[in-house]
Design a protein around this ligand. Structure first.
Ligand code: ADP
Length: 177
């Protein structure tokens, strides 16, 4: 994402973010209610580079962002080296283990791999500004919120695709290219 031409189209973050209207919902993790096997299933069924972590699916409050490769390594390690970690162990990204029945298996704390302040913009942010932020901060992805609730994600590739799409739709660029 080189800083060559200005991006001067009047599109907004919501125009470039995923999921699109017809797509399945964003794949998220909850901060303290998913088990090792729940998270393993998500990692195996999707190929995303990372997953937003939310307080709950209902609240959609953003807690942080976790990279897929860090999740895979940490769970693999815990299964091998940490006593009592099984498929039904609850994973938590919070400071303290959630309250669970006494008979529950050991819990797995993964707070150390959580990025607690991922970059976010609102859905109404002009893409001109988003492109600038990606360039200047060298972002890989940026999360999109609406009224404080997590709405979507924009990756560097999404930004590049959006720029290309806008350039193609521009009648001038069609005439002159
Ligand atoms: P890239 O855009 O470099 O291929 P990803 O593999 O992470 O990176 O993302 C692929 C596509 O899926 C992108 O369009 C992105 O916006 C979207 N995406 C990324 N993470 C998620 C997620 N957790 N849930 C739903 N869609 C996602």
């Amino acid at each position: 994402l080189e800083a060559k031409e200005e991006f001067s189209h009047k599109t907004l973050a919501m125009d470039a973010m995923r999921p699109r209207h017809s797509d399945p919902a964003l794949t998220v993790l909850t901060q303290d209610s998913m088990t090792v096997e729940d998270v393993e299933a998500i990692v195996n069924e999707t190929t995303f580079s990372g997953y937003p972590v939310v307080v709950s699916r209902e609240s959609k409050r953003l807690v942080g962002f976790v990279l897929r490769r860090d999740l895979i390594i940490s769970i693999e390690n815990a299964r091998k080296k940490q006593d009592g970690i099984v498929s039904s162990s609850v994973i938590y990204f919070t400071d303290h283990s959630p309250p669970l029945p006494p008979s529950s298996p050991s819990t797995l704390k993964l707070r150390s791999i959580l990025d607690l302040s991922p970059f976010t913009v609102t859905d109404q942010t002009p893409m001109e500004i988003v492109v600038d932020i990606f360039r200047k901060l060298g972002l890989r992805q940026c999360l999109v919120t609406h009224n404080g609730k997590l709405l979507g994600i924009i990756t560097k590739k999404d930004v590049l695709k959006h720029i290309a799409q806008m350039a193609n739709q521009d009648p001038d660029s069609i005439l002159f290219n």
